[in-house]
Each structure stands twice: as C-alpha cells, then as structure tokens.
Design a protein around this ligand. Structure first.
Ligand SMILES: [Mg+2]
Length: 292
C-alpha cells in the first residue's frame, strides 16, 4: 500500500516536471527568448550620431515577437540613450526583451521591473595595469599633437581621449565635433588616410611595449583601444546558450564589427549593412526565416 502510494506520488511529480519543462520550452519559444539578435548602433540602427527612426523602431518591435534583441555599441550609455530614446517612447519596443551592451558589450544592462540595471562590467586599467595604460595615454597625446600640427585646417574641438571603463576612445577632432566638422574630418581622412597611418603608428608602439591591446577604427572619426579579446565578441559571452545573430556596418578588417562578424558569419548568422534602410530590409528577411 505504502509502496503503491509512493509510486503514485513519484509518477505525479514526474508528470508535473515534464509538463513544466514542456511549458518552459514553449513559452521560451513563444517569447523569442531562445535566441538573440545583436545590432550595432551607429551606421546600422541609426546614421552616425543621429537618432533612430520610427521605421527602425517598428521593425525591431516586430522582430521581438520572434527573438530577444540587443544593441551592442562601442559607445557608452550616454550616446545610446541620446540616439535610441525613441525605442522607449509610447508604442516602442518591449524593454524586457531588449538588452543594452555598451562599450563593445563589456557592460550589460537588462530591464528589471521598471528600469535598466547594470548586470556586468569590466575595467581596462585593471586588466592591463597602470603602467601600460599610462604608456598608451602618453603615446596617444603625442600622436594627437602631431595631427594638430600636421593638419592645422582640421576642425579640432575637445575631448580627444575618453576612458569608457573597458576601452579607450581616441577621437582626433574631438567628441564635441558637430556634423559638418565630422564631415570635414571624413573627407580629409579619406584623402590622406590619416587614421590608417596613425593606427599603424600606435599599433607599432603597443607591440614594441609588449602590451596586449587591440587598436580598431571606431565609427568614422575615432579609434578604440581595448584589451585583446574585448571587441564585440565579448558581448557573445553573455549568451552562452542562445544562438546569436549580428547586424553591423563596419564588418571589414580593422572595423569595430569585424571580430563579431567573422565569428558568426561562418554559421550564417551575421550580416553587413550599409545603413538603417538596409538594416530594415535584413530584419524583414530574418523575420520571414524565423516564421517558417
Ligand atoms: Mg557602426
């Protein structure tokens, strides 16, 4: 009798567990939490340093029916807030299914109840040590001085170097540059390959000093310097069990989307875009695929 009772209880418990498991899996699929689509921001979701459009918000909202989404940018939260605030307006996306991954994904913010909370972050100075960090700063200031001397006609502003916790951003015309000043820089950079030359110079210095950091072109006006491996592939470490997809605009070698693009392209889960319009088209195609 006692044996019979415990067998019944056991079978009930087992049945309950199986049902719970099936329910959790179907609700995972229904909520789209079984995969993540990561988007670069500048040049992908928005034009560089400009706001996201209603059209992009609409397509992201639609994608959320099938997948969790994330914004992975070299920028810190200030620029993401400025450029993507439309996502959170009435009729915008579901924040509980939108992760924010600033500074190449070395910071992770998730929506908790009523606000975004910082879940993880890392520190570049701690990683490479104060001396190595000081060497890099000193060399960048040296190179900045050389650019100011050699290209006096460029529209220099302020905040040439910005520490973002997990990376160092060096912007030779300064982060305060307005759109026309940025365009001036882009034209000069295209004509004289300024960033290419200075990136080589900085890389050589870093190699000679034996410092394990990477120099990448950040957006259209700056350089990002970060511990090797702290490129956007770092963002993938937050999703060990979910297949990740990526869309970005700087997927060529030396661009700040290159590493993550290369790591997902081989699984046919990464696409290069020429700007927000093409991004909308790519997302529509992805939705069609997910619907099947
Ligand atoms: Mg970009």
């Amino acid at each position: 009798m006692c044996k019979r009772l415990s067998a019944d209880i056991f079978s009930k418990l087992l049945q309950e567990r199986v049902l719970n498991f099936i329910y959790s899996k179907t609700s995972e699929i229904r909520n789209g939490d079984n995969m993540i689509v990561l988007f670069d921001m500048d040049g992908t979701l928005t034009p560089p340093r400009k706001e996201i459009t209603h059209e992009v918000v609409r397509v992201l909202k639609k994608l959320q029916r099938y997948s969790r989404i994330g914004i992975i940018s070299g920028s810190d939260t200030d620029y993401i807030n400025q450029q993507c605030k439309r996502l959170f307006e009435i009729g915008g996306v579901d924040p509980s299914k939108l992760d924010i991954l600033p500074c190449n994904g070395t910071k992770l913010y998730k929506w908790k109840h009523t606000n975004y909370s910082l879940i993880e972050s890392v520190d570049m100075r701690e990683k490479i040590g104060k001396t190595a960090y000081r060497h890099i700063i000193s060399k960048i200031l040296n190179l900045q001085s050389s650019i100011v001397t050699l290209y006096p006609a460029l529209p220099f502003t302020g905040t040439f170097v910005q520490y973002r916790g997990s990376l160092l951003n060096w912007c030779p015309i300064g982060r305060e540059a307005n759109f026309s000043e940025r365009d001036d820089w882009k034209k000069n950079d295209k004509e004289f390959a300024i960033r290419e030359a200075y990136s080589e110079e900085l890389e050589k210095f870093i190699k000679d000093k034996g410092i394990d950091v990477t120099v990448a072109l950040g957006g259209t006006t700056s350089f990002d310097v970060y511990p090797t491996g702290w490129d956007k592939t770092f963002g993938l470490t937050h999703y060990p069990e979910q297949p990740a997809y990526f869309i970005g605009d700087r997927c060529e070698k030396g661009g700040n989307d290159w590493h993550i693009y290369k790591s997902l392209e081989k699984h046919d889960r990464a696409w290069k875009t020429s700007g927000p319009e093409e991004t909308i088209h790519l997302v529509e195609k992805l939705i069609e695929k997910l619907r099947d």
